[in-house]
Design a binder for this molecule. Sequence first.
Ligand code: E4P
Length: 219
Amino acid sequence: MKFFIDTANLEQIKEAQAMGILDGVTTNPSLMAKEGISGEENVINHYKAICEIVEGDVSAEVISTDYEGMIKEGEILAALHPQIVVKVPVTENGIKAIKYLSSKNIRTNCTLIFSAGQALLAAKAGATYVSPFIGRLDDNSTDGVELIKQIVDFFNYYGFETEVLAASIRHTMHIIKCLEAGADVATCPLSAIKGLLKHPLTDIGLAQFLADHAKAAKK
Ligand code: E4P
């Protein structure tokens, strides 16, 4: 399973990259706004800066909601860097835009997926990734990981090449559950990635090893 970091924060992206486990980055307009990035030039420069830090795919989301606007923006974003994947919402215009962009060999990430039917349309349009939002489903009394399983199963059954990118991950256990469900990618906050390291027996074991080593050195 590939690991993407779900942030537009350059320091966090650098930190995850330095761990040597990062396969890519996802952003969205809210994450860009959180970093105070606005205005076309600043947004473009920020995407370029992210691409300089990581080696993998970087999702950059279109703001337009009309078909013409989406494909124009998508082509501009894709031309910025070979690592850019154009993120498009799963609307009727979005599906048409994904179809057009994929016919031009521009990779896409179909976002705001909350049902298997939406994932089906995105895959048929040629999306590189679909992004089911598991945390937001959980917030609405619906099991987000179950949706990941359902999409993984039918993509495998019908041989769709579209990858399932589990998004809206809130905590470490979500990552483990997505691993079990067969997600191709998990895009996670840095805190959830770091949470994978935690185990009290590791801390206790390491403290014991170091104490024994120090004792032996005194003898
Ligand atoms: C990433 O592709 C999504 O935009 C992101 O994971 C959404 O996460 P949220 O539900 O925590 O905002």
